[in-house]
Design a protein around this ligand. Structure first.
Ligand code: PEP
Ligand code: MG
Length: 324
């Protein structure tokens, strides 16, 4: 099947009626980067950097990280590399870092919260990324940001990182800044945060967990509390609308974007960029190019009007089958 899909690799990422969409890939380690060029992704929309820490005896230093980000950006040959700073918390056991035990790690010191309480770890990573940015097209993205104070604090540390690089006479490139929108508070606070940002990416895995108060790792909750539920769809819609009122570009990097059946909804809601699992990449691309944008918009309006999870699932399914 994968072989049969390869004929779509070099086709333009656009609907039958010519609506263009940027299709990027999610990557969780260096080896996966070669797969994404195999399937023709236009770059990386989410580079999860935690793999650097998982089995490390010591925190990789600035030079080690710099080399690695350079390798990644070089292998992309000019395409965008969106690096997410370490998204760590007490749910991930990382031997080389100090972490307090927490009763509710998902609600604890994770993502940007960890970075702001461990500024040296953050500054080291940011310095390595800024330096790698002089070799290619890099965007920097922060996980779990919910309010503008966190963003302001992060930018203070970024200024400090730049000052240190200047002091050390190390050159660095310019970078775009974004956040993963993955809490309901982040969605509601976008008007105060967007002036600080160049792009955002919707993280539907955590956005679903925090909106529905349903642990994303609990299999007993997966069916009744899916991302395709009315509250999550409303938050996605609101996010897109806030971004479209500004110049901030909006993408989606949660697993929802890797489901070809959901593609018409996401594009119809107004997303012009998705970041997809490499294994689903070509399936999603095929879903994009076989339909008309205008029909995706009508389908999305219909789905957004539904208030029941089962009706939403049926509508998504029926639309996908009409296209088969
Ligand atoms: C998300 O939360 O949707 C996301 C993309 O990040 P992760 O799955 O790594 O938390
Ligand atoms: Mg997340």
């Amino acid at each position: 099947r994968r072989q049969a899909l390869m004929i779509y690799k070099d086709k333009p990422s656009q609907t039958l009626d010519g609506h263009r969409v940027t299709l990027l890939a999610n990557v969780g380690n260096l080896n996966e980067i070669s797969h994404i060029t195999d399937v023709g992704a236009q770059g990386i929309g989410l580079f999860r950097t935690e793999f650097l820490l998982m089995n490390a005896k010591a925190l990789p230093d600035e030079q080690q990280q710099y080399k690695l980000y350079c390798d990644a950006v070089h292998s992309l040959e000019g395409n965008v590399l969106t690096i997410r700073t370490f998204d760590i918390g007490a749910d991930k056991e990382i031997p080389c870092l100090t972490q307090d035990n927490e009763d509710n790690p998902a609600l604890g010191i994770r993502g940007i919260r960890y970075s702001l309480t461990h500024p040296r770890t953050f500054i080291t990573q940011v310095k390595a990324i800024l330096r790698a940015a002089s070799h290619g097209n890099i965007r920097l993205m922060f996980p779990m940001v919910s309010q503008v104070e966190e963003l302001e604090a992060a930018f203070v540390l970024i200024e400090q990182a730049k000052a240190e690089l200047i002091e050390q006479q190390k050159s660095f490139g310019s970078i775009s800044y974004g956040i993963v929108v993955e809490t309901p508070a982040a969605v509601l606070n976008l008007p105060s945060m967007l002036p600080h940002l160049d792009f955002i990416s919707i993280g539907t895995n955590d956005l679903t967990q925090y909106t529905l108060a349903a642990d994303r790792t609990n299999p007993n909750l997966a069916k009744e509390y899916p991302p395709l539920s009315p509250a999550v769809i409303q938050l996605i819609t609101l996010t897109i609308s806030h971004c479209k009122q500004t110049d901030v570009s909006v993408s989606l990097c949660g697993e929802l974007g890797s489901d070809p059946q959901v593609l018409p909804l996401l594009i119809g809601l107004g997303l012009d960029e998705l970041s997809i699992n490499p294994t689903s990449f070509l399936d999603v691309k095929v879903a994009l190019i076989k339909g008309n944008y205008q029909q995706y918009v009508e389908h999305a309006q219909h789905v957004a009007s539904l208030t029941r999870i089962d009706d939403i699932a049926k509508a998504i399914n029926a639309f996908a089958h009409d296209y088969d």
